[in-house]
Design a protein around this ligand. Structure first.
Ligand code: AMP
Length: 213
């Protein structure tokens, strides 16, 4: 008997936009894109082609995944708007971008990144800890880039600033396969779009009037 197909999930990947990072981080991002596509999931990304953001989106598309990019108007140039996205949403500001990425996702996966990545991770982490959503929050950090940050959150917990339960809502993993395994085990599919159809139509939908309602 064949196993029932796993439902497609919309996986929001937060990762680096900085061009100075090592090739290993780009390789990791590409590996995530490839694995996500192989499993039939949809990528929700920051809608840029810069650095790791571009690597994950390109690899996901090359693997046949549907990709949805969400980029603020002001960064469309600096982060190189991903015009190959199946859907490219252009938002008026950063807050709307983050809200739209979060709204569309069934799960959040964070890769090593800078301040923007940390901002995004903390938003989905704190809102999950507050019980405002129940979506998986997974961090893929094979080289321990975030180890001091993770340790710091442990210190905050030891000092009573952070409730112990708040640390437990994040799943830390060291491989792309483990990240996707954790997401598939924890996520409840809600709004993932079907696997992208290879019909030759590559025109992304441009939408500058995003509603966050
Ligand atoms: P970084 O980790 O600093 O390279 O940033 C990764 C991504 O996070 C980039 O696309 C940034 O534009 C994005 N970013 C930074 N701050 C925010 C924010 N407050 N809301 C939404 N996206 C952000």
């Amino acid at each position: 008997m064949t196993e029932p197909a796993r439902p497609a999930l919309a996986v929001c990947v937060f990762c680096a936009s900085a061009s100075g990072i090592s090739g290993a981080h780009l390789d990791l991002a590409a590996e995530v894109g490839t694995e996500l596509a192989r499993r039939g999931h949809v990528l929700i990304s920051g809608g840029g082609l810069a650095a790791a953001m571009g690597a994950v989106a390109r690899a996901a598309r090359d693997g046949g995944a549907r990709t949805v990019g969400v980029i603020p108007q002001a960064l469309a140039g600096a982060e190189i708007a991903d015009s190959e996205s199946d859907e490219l949403l252009v938002t008026a500001d950063m807050c709307t971008r983050k809200a739209e990425m979060m709204r569309r996702a069934d799960a959040y996966l964070t890769l090593p990144g800078g301040l923007g990545t940390l901002d995004e991770l903390l938003e989905v982490w704190t809102t999950r800890a507050l019980g405002l959503h129940g979506k998986p929050v997974v961090v893929l950090d094979p080289d321990g880039i975030f180890a001091p940050f993770r340790e710091f959150t442990g210190q905050l917990c030891a000092q009573g600033f952070v409730r112990p339960g708040a640390l437990d809502v994040v799943t830390w993993v060291t491989s792309a396969a483990a990240a996707l395994d954790a997401i598939e085990q924890q996520a409840v599919p809600a709004q993932a779009s079907p696997r992208r159809v290879q019909d030759g139509s590559r025109e992304p939908r441009m939408d500058s009037t995003i509603s966050t309602a």
